[in-house]
Ligand binder design. Sequence first.
Ligand code: BG6
Length: 483
Amino acid sequence: MEDKCLIVILGATGDLTKKKLIPAIHNLVANKKIKDFAIVGVGRAHSNPKLILKKSKKYVEKLNKKTWSTLEKRMYYFQADFYNNIGFCKLEEFTKSIEKKHKLPGNRIFYLATLPSHFKVIADNLSKCGLTKEKRRKKQGFKKNWTKVVFEKPFGHDLKSAKQINKCITKVFKEKQIYRIDHYLGKELIQNIAVARFTNTILEPLWNKKHIDHVQIILSEDVGIEERGAFYDKYGAIRDVMQNHMMQMLSLATMDTPKKLTGDYIRDKKVKILKSIKPSKIKEDTVVGQYIGYTKEKVISKASSTETFAATKMFIKNRRWKNVPFYFITGKKMKNKITSIYVQFKEAPCLLFSNVCNFKPNYMVIQIQPEEGFYIQLNAKIPGKPDITSVKMDFCHECTFGPGSPVAYENLLNDVIIGDQSTFVRTDEIEQQWKIIDKIKNSINRTIKNKKTKLHKYKIGTYPKEADKLIEKDNREWHLKVK
Ligand code: BG6
Protein backbone atom coordinates (compact mmCIF):
# COMPACT_ATOMS: atom_id res chain seq x y z
CA MET A 1 0.00 0.00 0.00
CA GLU A 2 1.29 3.40 -1.00
CA ASP A 3 2.05 5.83 1.83
CA LYS A 4 2.19 9.00 -0.30
CA CYS A 5 -0.87 10.92 0.72
CA LEU A 6 -2.58 14.14 1.65
CA ILE A 7 -3.99 14.28 5.19
CA VAL A 8 -6.97 16.63 5.42
CA ILE A 9 -7.93 17.38 9.02
CA LEU A 10 -11.43 18.78 9.44
CA GLY A 11 -11.62 20.53 12.79
CA ALA A 12 -7.97 21.56 12.62
CA THR A 13 -8.14 24.27 15.27
CA GLY A 14 -9.52 21.92 17.93
CA ASP A 15 -7.96 20.17 20.89
CA LEU A 16 -7.59 16.79 19.25
CA THR A 17 -5.48 18.16 16.39
CA LYS A 18 -3.27 20.05 18.80
CA LYS A 19 -2.82 17.35 21.43
CA LYS A 20 -2.94 14.11 19.45
CA LEU A 21 -2.95 14.35 15.66
CA ILE A 22 0.00 16.66 15.02
CA PRO A 23 2.19 14.85 17.59
CA ALA A 24 1.21 11.50 16.00
CA ILE A 25 2.08 12.75 12.48
CA HIS A 26 5.36 14.13 13.84
CA ASN A 27 6.26 10.70 15.22
CA LEU A 28 5.27 8.89 12.03
CA VAL A 29 7.52 11.19 10.02
CA ALA A 30 10.36 10.98 12.55
CA ASN A 31 10.11 7.17 12.49
CA LYS A 32 10.08 7.22 8.67
CA LYS A 33 6.65 5.64 8.46
CA ILE A 34 5.50 8.41 6.12
CA LYS A 35 7.76 10.30 3.77
CA ASP A 36 5.77 11.96 1.01
CA PHE A 37 2.82 13.76 2.49
CA ALA A 38 1.18 17.12 3.11
CA ILE A 39 -1.38 18.21 5.68
CA VAL A 40 -4.32 20.51 5.04
CA GLY A 41 -6.06 21.71 8.18
CA VAL A 42 -9.64 22.85 7.66
CA GLY A 43 -11.65 24.89 10.15
CA ARG A 44 -14.22 27.63 10.51
CA ALA A 45 -11.96 29.90 12.54
CA HIS A 46 -9.41 32.30 11.15
CA SER A 47 -6.06 30.55 11.69
CA ASN A 48 -2.84 29.52 9.99
CA PRO A 49 -0.55 26.47 9.96
CA LYS A 50 2.17 28.19 11.99
CA LEU A 51 -0.25 28.91 14.82
CA ILE A 52 -1.68 25.39 14.83
CA LEU A 53 1.82 23.87 14.92
CA LYS A 54 2.98 26.27 17.61
CA LYS A 55 0.09 25.29 19.91
CA SER A 56 0.82 21.63 19.31
CA LYS A 57 4.58 21.72 19.89
CA LYS A 58 4.47 21.17 23.66
CA TYR A 59 2.48 17.95 23.18
CA VAL A 60 5.25 16.30 21.14
CA GLU A 61 7.18 14.14 23.58
CA LYS A 62 10.51 13.86 21.77
CA LEU A 63 10.69 16.73 19.34
CA ASN A 64 12.85 16.10 16.30
CA LYS A 65 13.86 19.50 14.90
CA LYS A 66 14.32 18.26 11.34
CA THR A 67 10.90 16.59 11.38
CA TRP A 68 9.31 19.72 12.82
CA SER A 69 10.72 21.85 10.05
CA THR A 70 9.37 19.29 7.52
CA LEU A 71 5.93 19.70 9.10
CA GLU A 72 6.26 23.48 8.84
CA LYS A 73 6.95 23.15 5.13
CA ARG A 74 4.16 20.69 4.50
CA MET A 75 1.24 21.98 6.53
CA TYR A 76 -1.47 24.29 5.15
CA TYR A 77 -4.67 25.79 6.48
CA PHE A 78 -7.94 26.31 4.64
CA GLN A 79 -10.72 28.30 6.23
CA ALA A 80 -14.17 26.89 5.42
CA ASP A 81 -17.56 26.53 6.99
CA PHE A 82 -18.62 22.87 6.83
CA TYR A 83 -22.18 24.05 6.14
CA ASN A 84 -21.29 26.43 3.30
CA ASN A 85 -21.26 24.27 0.23
CA ILE A 86 -19.73 26.90 -2.07
CA GLY A 87 -16.81 27.67 0.25
CA PHE A 88 -16.28 24.02 0.94
CA CYS A 89 -16.06 23.20 -2.75
CA LYS A 90 -13.06 25.51 -3.10
CA LEU A 91 -11.25 22.99 -0.92
CA GLU A 92 -11.14 20.63 -3.90
CA GLU A 93 -9.07 23.12 -5.93
CA PHE A 94 -6.89 23.84 -2.92
CA THR A 95 -6.14 20.16 -2.23
CA LYS A 96 -5.29 19.61 -5.90
CA SER A 97 -2.82 22.50 -5.89
CA ILE A 98 -1.12 21.13 -2.75
CA GLU A 99 -0.97 17.64 -4.24
CA LYS A 100 0.63 19.08 -7.37
CA LYS A 101 3.15 21.10 -5.38
CA HIS A 102 4.28 18.08 -3.35
CA LYS A 103 3.96 15.58 -6.23
CA LEU A 104 1.36 13.53 -4.37
CA PRO A 105 -0.58 10.97 -6.41
CA GLY A 106 -4.07 11.84 -5.08
CA ASN A 107 -4.37 9.46 -2.11
CA ARG A 108 -6.37 11.28 0.55
CA ILE A 109 -7.23 10.80 4.19
CA PHE A 110 -10.08 12.92 5.52
CA TYR A 111 -9.88 13.02 9.31
CA LEU A 112 -13.10 14.32 10.88
CA ALA A 113 -11.89 15.65 14.22
CA THR A 114 -15.27 17.26 14.84
CA LEU A 115 -18.43 16.63 16.81
CA PRO A 116 -20.61 13.83 15.39
CA SER A 117 -23.34 16.35 14.59
CA HIS A 118 -21.15 17.58 11.70
CA PHE A 119 -20.37 14.12 10.26
CA LYS A 120 -23.32 13.98 7.89
CA VAL A 121 -22.93 17.43 6.37
CA ILE A 122 -19.17 17.04 5.96
CA ALA A 123 -19.53 13.64 4.28
CA ASP A 124 -22.20 15.07 1.94
CA ASN A 125 -20.16 18.11 1.05
CA LEU A 126 -16.97 16.13 0.49
CA SER A 127 -18.87 13.98 -1.95
CA LYS A 128 -20.79 16.83 -3.66
CA CYS A 129 -17.58 18.78 -4.16
CA GLY A 130 -15.87 15.78 -5.75
CA LEU A 131 -13.25 15.36 -3.04
CA THR A 132 -13.91 11.69 -2.38
CA LYS A 133 -13.58 10.25 -5.89
CA GLU A 134 -11.09 7.42 -6.22
CA LYS A 135 -9.60 8.05 -9.63
CA ARG A 136 -7.69 5.73 -11.88
CA ARG A 137 -4.13 6.65 -12.74
CA LYS A 138 -3.34 5.72 -16.30
CA LYS A 139 0.38 6.25 -15.99
CA GLN A 140 0.71 3.78 -13.15
CA GLY A 141 -0.96 0.74 -14.62
CA PHE A 142 -4.56 1.79 -13.88
CA LYS A 143 -3.91 1.68 -10.17
CA LYS A 144 -6.60 3.48 -8.19
CA ASN A 145 -5.90 6.36 -5.87
CA TRP A 146 -7.44 5.75 -2.50
CA THR A 147 -9.65 7.93 -0.34
CA LYS A 148 -10.18 7.06 3.30
CA VAL A 149 -12.25 8.78 5.90
CA VAL A 150 -11.64 8.73 9.64
CA PHE A 151 -14.42 9.51 12.13
CA GLU A 152 -13.36 10.53 15.61
CA LYS A 153 -15.35 9.23 18.57
CA PRO A 154 -18.07 9.66 19.78
CA PHE A 155 -19.93 8.04 16.94
CA GLY A 156 -23.45 9.23 17.74
CA HIS A 157 -25.24 9.67 21.01
CA ASP A 158 -27.37 6.53 21.04
CA LEU A 159 -28.32 3.69 18.71
CA LYS A 160 -30.73 5.83 16.70
CA SER A 161 -28.23 8.61 15.99
CA ALA A 162 -25.41 6.14 15.26
CA LYS A 163 -27.66 4.37 12.74
CA GLN A 164 -28.53 7.68 11.10
CA ILE A 165 -24.87 8.62 10.76
CA ASN A 166 -24.00 5.18 9.40
CA LYS A 167 -26.80 5.43 6.86
CA CYS A 168 -25.58 8.82 5.62
CA ILE A 169 -21.89 8.05 5.46
CA THR A 170 -22.32 4.69 3.78
CA LYS A 171 -24.11 6.50 0.93
CA VAL A 172 -20.86 8.33 0.30
CA PHE A 173 -18.17 5.85 1.35
CA LYS A 174 -17.78 2.09 1.20
CA GLU A 175 -17.18 0.33 4.54
CA LYS A 176 -13.60 -0.43 3.44
CA GLN A 177 -12.95 3.33 3.24
CA ILE A 178 -14.38 4.07 6.70
CA TYR A 179 -12.22 4.15 9.84
CA ARG A 180 -14.19 4.77 13.06
CA ILE A 181 -11.79 5.65 15.84
CA ASP A 182 -11.73 4.23 19.31
CA HIS A 183 -8.29 5.39 20.36
CA TYR A 184 -8.06 2.57 22.92
CA LEU A 185 -7.62 0.16 20.01
CA GLY A 186 -4.35 1.92 19.23
CA LYS A 187 -2.93 1.38 22.72
CA GLU A 188 -0.13 -1.16 22.93
CA LEU A 189 -1.66 -3.17 25.77
CA ILE A 190 -5.09 -3.31 24.15
CA GLN A 191 -3.40 -4.68 21.03
CA ASN A 192 -1.66 -7.17 23.32
CA ILE A 193 -4.89 -8.69 24.72
CA ALA A 194 -5.60 -10.94 21.76
CA VAL A 195 -1.91 -11.79 21.33
CA ALA A 196 -1.56 -12.76 25.01
CA ARG A 197 -4.75 -14.83 24.93
CA PHE A 198 -4.29 -16.66 21.66
CA THR A 199 -0.54 -17.23 21.51
CA ASN A 200 -0.04 -18.50 25.07
CA THR A 201 -1.51 -21.96 25.17
CA ILE A 202 -1.41 -21.96 28.97
CA LEU A 203 -4.15 -19.30 29.07
CA GLU A 204 -6.84 -20.35 26.62
CA PRO A 205 -7.83 -23.63 28.38
CA LEU A 206 -8.49 -21.62 31.56
CA TRP A 207 -10.36 -18.78 29.86
CA ASN A 208 -13.94 -19.80 30.62
CA LYS A 209 -16.64 -20.19 33.27
CA LYS A 210 -15.07 -23.38 34.63
CA HIS A 211 -11.96 -21.58 35.87
CA ILE A 212 -12.80 -17.88 35.98
CA ASP A 213 -14.79 -16.52 38.92
CA HIS A 214 -15.40 -13.02 37.59
CA VAL A 215 -13.85 -10.17 35.57
CA GLN A 216 -13.56 -6.45 36.31
CA ILE A 217 -13.20 -3.80 33.62
CA ILE A 218 -11.69 -0.75 35.28
CA LEU A 219 -11.29 2.75 33.81
CA SER A 220 -10.65 5.15 36.64
CA GLU A 221 -9.48 8.71 36.02
CA ASP A 222 -8.13 11.35 38.36
CA VAL A 223 -8.87 14.18 35.92
CA GLY A 224 -12.23 15.91 35.68
CA ILE A 225 -14.01 17.19 32.61
CA GLU A 226 -11.34 19.81 31.86
CA GLU A 227 -12.49 22.22 29.11
CA ARG A 228 -15.03 19.75 27.69
CA GLY A 229 -18.03 20.57 29.88
CA ALA A 230 -20.48 21.25 27.04
CA PHE A 231 -19.72 17.91 25.43
CA TYR A 232 -19.43 15.88 28.63
CA ASP A 233 -22.66 17.08 30.15
CA LYS A 234 -24.57 15.67 27.16
CA TYR A 235 -22.79 12.34 27.37
CA GLY A 236 -21.82 11.36 30.93
CA ALA A 237 -19.49 8.51 31.91
CA ILE A 238 -21.54 5.66 30.45
CA ARG A 239 -21.74 7.11 26.95
CA ASP A 240 -18.30 8.73 27.09
CA VAL A 241 -16.16 5.69 27.93
CA MET A 242 -18.28 2.63 28.69
CA GLN A 243 -19.96 2.54 25.26
CA ASN A 244 -16.62 2.41 23.48
CA HIS A 245 -13.35 1.87 25.38
CA MET A 246 -14.75 -0.46 28.05
CA MET A 247 -16.92 -2.44 25.60
CA GLN A 248 -13.86 -2.94 23.42
CA MET A 249 -11.83 -4.11 26.43
CA LEU A 250 -14.59 -6.56 27.29
CA SER A 251 -15.02 -7.94 23.80
CA LEU A 252 -11.30 -8.42 23.19
CA ALA A 253 -10.94 -10.16 26.54
CA THR A 254 -13.85 -12.53 25.98
CA MET A 255 -14.22 -13.19 22.24
CA ASP A 256 -13.67 -16.65 20.81
CA THR A 257 -10.50 -17.43 18.86
CA PRO A 258 -10.55 -15.76 15.44
CA LYS A 259 -9.22 -17.69 12.46
CA LYS A 260 -6.53 -15.02 12.05
CA LEU A 261 -5.57 -12.05 14.22
CA THR A 262 -6.47 -9.60 11.49
CA GLY A 263 -9.22 -7.26 10.21
CA ASP A 264 -12.66 -8.74 9.89
CA TYR A 265 -11.77 -12.03 11.59
CA ILE A 266 -11.33 -10.13 14.87
CA ARG A 267 -14.28 -7.81 14.26
CA ASP A 268 -16.61 -10.75 13.51
CA LYS A 269 -15.72 -12.37 16.83
CA LYS A 270 -16.13 -9.11 18.75
CA VAL A 271 -19.58 -8.53 17.28
CA LYS A 272 -20.59 -12.06 18.23
CA ILE A 273 -19.67 -11.39 21.86
CA LEU A 274 -21.34 -7.97 21.89
CA LYS A 275 -24.56 -9.62 20.70
CA SER A 276 -24.49 -11.95 23.73
CA ILE A 277 -23.99 -9.25 26.38
CA LYS A 278 -26.87 -8.76 28.81
CA PRO A 279 -26.75 -5.98 31.41
CA SER A 280 -28.02 -7.09 34.81
CA LYS A 281 -31.68 -6.18 35.33
CA ILE A 282 -31.33 -5.81 39.10
CA LYS A 283 -31.58 -2.15 40.04
CA GLU A 284 -28.82 -2.39 42.71
CA ASP A 285 -26.41 -3.69 40.06
CA THR A 286 -25.99 -0.24 38.54
CA VAL A 287 -24.70 2.69 40.55
CA VAL A 288 -24.26 6.20 39.18
CA GLY A 289 -22.58 9.14 40.85
CA GLN A 290 -21.45 12.70 40.36
CA TYR A 291 -18.37 14.26 41.94
CA ILE A 292 -19.01 17.13 44.32
CA GLY A 293 -18.28 20.36 42.51
CA TYR A 294 -19.29 19.09 39.06
CA THR A 295 -22.25 21.46 38.85
CA LYS A 296 -19.92 24.38 39.58
CA GLU A 297 -17.70 23.58 36.59
CA LYS A 298 -17.73 25.97 33.60
CA VAL A 299 -20.93 25.71 31.48
CA ILE A 300 -22.49 22.97 33.66
CA SER A 301 -25.96 23.76 34.95
CA LYS A 302 -26.60 23.62 38.69
CA ALA A 303 -29.36 21.06 38.11
CA SER A 304 -27.27 18.73 35.94
CA SER A 305 -27.90 15.04 36.64
CA THR A 306 -25.11 13.79 34.34
CA GLU A 307 -23.19 10.90 35.86
CA THR A 308 -19.43 11.28 36.20
CA PHE A 309 -19.18 7.82 37.78
CA ALA A 310 -20.79 4.51 36.91
CA ALA A 311 -20.46 0.94 38.08
CA THR A 312 -22.49 -1.92 36.71
CA LYS A 313 -22.64 -5.65 36.17
CA MET A 314 -23.21 -7.57 32.95
CA PHE A 315 -23.32 -11.17 31.77
CA ILE A 316 -22.41 -12.86 28.53
CA LYS A 317 -25.02 -15.34 27.45
CA ASN A 318 -22.93 -18.01 25.77
CA ARG A 319 -21.47 -21.38 26.75
CA ARG A 320 -18.01 -20.07 27.59
CA TRP A 321 -19.16 -17.34 29.98
CA LYS A 322 -22.50 -18.52 31.37
CA ASN A 323 -23.11 -17.01 34.86
CA VAL A 324 -19.69 -15.31 35.06
CA PRO A 325 -20.25 -11.71 36.21
CA PHE A 326 -18.44 -8.86 34.46
CA TYR A 327 -18.19 -5.78 36.66
CA PHE A 328 -17.51 -2.33 35.22
CA ILE A 329 -16.26 0.66 37.16
CA THR A 330 -15.39 4.07 35.76
CA GLY A 331 -15.35 7.67 36.88
CA LYS A 332 -13.81 11.10 36.71
CA LYS A 333 -11.97 12.66 39.68
CA MET A 334 -11.37 9.32 41.33
CA LYS A 335 -8.16 8.64 43.23
CA ASN A 336 -5.90 7.41 40.41
CA LYS A 337 -5.68 6.97 36.71
CA ILE A 338 -5.86 3.22 36.15
CA THR A 339 -7.17 1.27 33.20
CA SER A 340 -7.08 -2.49 33.53
CA ILE A 341 -8.80 -5.81 33.08
CA TYR A 342 -8.80 -7.90 36.24
CA VAL A 343 -9.53 -11.59 35.79
CA GLN A 344 -10.05 -13.55 39.00
CA PHE A 345 -9.77 -17.33 38.86
CA LYS A 346 -11.80 -19.67 41.02
CA GLU A 347 -10.54 -20.46 44.49
CA ALA A 348 -8.47 -23.59 44.96
CA PRO A 349 -9.97 -26.04 47.47
CA CYS A 350 -8.85 -25.70 51.06
CA LEU A 351 -6.11 -28.21 51.94
CA LEU A 352 -7.91 -29.43 55.03
CA PHE A 353 -5.50 -32.08 56.26
CA SER A 354 -2.63 -29.62 56.62
CA ASN A 355 -5.09 -26.94 57.69
CA VAL A 356 -4.03 -24.60 54.91
CA CYS A 357 -6.93 -22.42 53.94
CA ASN A 358 -5.80 -18.83 54.05
CA PHE A 359 -4.55 -18.34 50.53
CA LYS A 360 -5.98 -16.09 47.88
CA PRO A 361 -7.39 -17.00 44.50
CA ASN A 362 -5.08 -16.43 41.54
CA TYR A 363 -5.72 -13.51 39.30
CA MET A 364 -4.39 -11.98 36.13
CA VAL A 365 -4.30 -8.25 35.45
CA ILE A 366 -3.90 -6.74 32.02
CA GLN A 367 -2.78 -3.24 32.84
CA ILE A 368 -3.49 -0.88 29.96
CA GLN A 369 -2.10 2.18 31.78
CA PRO A 370 -0.08 3.38 33.57
CA GLU A 371 2.77 0.87 34.06
CA GLU A 372 1.66 -1.13 31.03
CA GLY A 373 2.02 -4.87 31.21
CA PHE A 374 0.35 -7.92 32.60
CA TYR A 375 0.88 -9.98 35.66
CA ILE A 376 -0.39 -13.09 37.36
CA GLN A 377 -0.79 -13.38 41.09
CA LEU A 378 0.19 -16.81 42.45
CA ASN A 379 0.66 -18.30 45.92
CA ALA A 380 4.03 -19.26 47.38
CA LYS A 381 5.41 -20.39 50.71
CA ILE A 382 7.22 -17.89 52.94
CA PRO A 383 10.78 -19.14 53.58
CA GLY A 384 11.23 -20.80 56.97
CA LYS A 385 7.51 -20.70 57.76
CA PRO A 386 4.54 -22.83 56.82
CA ASP A 387 2.62 -19.69 55.77
CA ILE A 388 1.51 -18.79 52.29
CA THR A 389 1.82 -15.42 50.61
CA SER A 390 0.89 -13.91 47.25
CA VAL A 391 3.63 -13.41 44.68
CA LYS A 392 3.58 -11.76 41.26
CA MET A 393 4.74 -13.05 37.87
CA ASP A 394 5.23 -9.89 36.00
CA PHE A 395 5.56 -8.65 32.40
CA CYS A 396 6.47 -4.98 32.54
CA HIS A 397 6.20 -3.53 29.04
CA GLU A 398 8.64 -0.69 29.53
CA CYS A 399 11.24 -2.88 31.32
CA THR A 400 11.21 -5.28 28.36
CA PHE A 401 10.84 -2.94 25.40
CA GLY A 402 12.11 0.32 26.87
CA PRO A 403 10.27 3.64 26.94
CA GLY A 404 8.89 5.39 23.88
CA SER A 405 6.49 2.82 22.38
CA PRO A 406 4.27 4.39 19.72
CA VAL A 407 1.30 6.23 21.18
CA ALA A 408 -2.27 5.26 20.26
CA TYR A 409 -2.88 7.85 17.55
CA GLU A 410 0.45 7.10 15.90
CA ASN A 411 -0.48 3.41 15.64
CA LEU A 412 -3.95 4.26 14.38
CA LEU A 413 -2.88 6.76 11.71
CA ASN A 414 -0.32 4.27 10.51
CA ASP A 415 -3.07 1.63 10.25
CA VAL A 416 -5.21 4.03 8.20
CA ILE A 417 -2.33 4.61 5.80
CA ILE A 418 -1.53 0.91 5.39
CA GLY A 419 -5.25 0.03 5.28
CA ASP A 420 -5.51 -2.18 8.38
CA GLN A 421 -9.07 -1.86 9.68
CA SER A 422 -8.74 -4.32 12.58
CA THR A 423 -8.06 -1.44 14.99
CA PHE A 424 -11.21 0.43 13.92
CA VAL A 425 -14.83 -0.13 14.77
CA ARG A 426 -17.19 -1.58 12.17
CA THR A 427 -20.84 -0.48 11.62
CA ASP A 428 -22.41 -3.52 13.27
CA GLU A 429 -19.95 -3.31 16.17
CA ILE A 430 -20.72 0.31 16.97
CA GLU A 431 -24.47 -0.25 16.73
CA GLN A 432 -24.29 -3.27 19.01
CA GLN A 433 -22.30 -1.26 21.58
CA TRP A 434 -24.99 1.42 21.55
CA LYS A 435 -27.75 -1.18 21.92
CA ILE A 436 -26.22 -2.33 25.22
CA ILE A 437 -25.60 1.20 26.47
CA ASP A 438 -29.10 2.39 25.52
CA LYS A 439 -30.56 -0.38 27.67
CA ILE A 440 -28.49 0.72 30.68
CA LYS A 441 -29.15 4.44 30.15
CA ASN A 442 -32.89 3.96 29.59
CA SER A 443 -33.23 1.91 32.73
CA ILE A 444 -31.30 4.54 34.77
CA ASN A 445 -33.37 7.38 33.32
CA ARG A 446 -36.60 5.52 34.14
CA THR A 447 -35.60 4.74 37.71
CA ILE A 448 -34.12 8.20 38.34
CA LYS A 449 -37.43 9.72 37.22
CA ASN A 450 -39.47 7.66 39.67
CA LYS A 451 -36.74 8.21 42.30
CA LYS A 452 -35.81 4.52 42.57
CA THR A 453 -32.23 5.29 41.51
CA LYS A 454 -30.13 8.03 43.08
CA LEU A 455 -27.28 10.00 41.63
CA HIS A 456 -24.76 9.52 44.44
CA LYS A 457 -22.52 12.48 45.17
CA TYR A 458 -18.88 11.61 45.89
CA LYS A 459 -15.90 13.56 47.12
CA ILE A 460 -13.00 14.19 44.73
CA GLY A 461 -10.49 11.34 45.08
CA THR A 462 -13.14 8.77 46.02
CA TYR A 463 -16.19 7.04 44.53
CA PRO A 464 -19.70 6.35 45.86
CA LYS A 465 -19.77 3.70 48.59
CA GLU A 466 -22.88 2.18 46.96
CA ALA A 467 -20.51 0.85 44.29
CA ASP A 468 -18.84 -1.24 47.00
CA LYS A 469 -22.22 -2.67 47.98
CA LEU A 470 -22.86 -3.65 44.37
CA ILE A 471 -19.89 -6.04 44.35
CA GLU A 472 -19.74 -6.90 48.06
CA LYS A 473 -23.24 -8.37 47.99
CA ASP A 474 -21.74 -10.98 45.63
CA ASN A 475 -18.91 -11.61 48.18
CA ARG A 476 -16.33 -9.94 45.97
CA GLU A 477 -14.44 -6.65 46.06
CA TRP A 478 -13.09 -4.11 43.61
CA HIS A 479 -9.50 -4.72 42.65
CA LEU A 480 -9.09 -0.93 42.76
CA LYS A 481 -9.82 -1.02 46.47
CA VAL A 482 -7.60 -4.00 47.27
CA LYS A 483 -4.56 -2.58 45.48
C1 BG6 B 1 -11.93 9.80 25.88
C2 BG6 B 1 -13.01 10.39 26.77
O1 BG6 B 1 -12.50 9.04 24.86
O2 BG6 B 1 -11.09 8.97 26.66
C3 BG6 B 1 -12.38 11.16 27.91
O3 BG6 B 1 -13.83 11.24 26.01
C4 BG6 B 1 -11.40 10.28 28.66
O4 BG6 B 1 -13.36 11.67 28.79
C5 BG6 B 1 -10.41 9.66 27.70
O5 BG6 B 1 -10.71 11.08 29.60
C6 BG6 B 1 -9.51 8.65 28.38
O6 BG6 B 1 -8.50 8.29 27.47
P1 BG6 B 1 -7.05 7.91 27.98
O7 BG6 B 1 -6.31 7.56 26.75
O8 BG6 B 1 -6.51 9.13 28.69
O9 BG6 B 1 -7.24 6.78 28.93
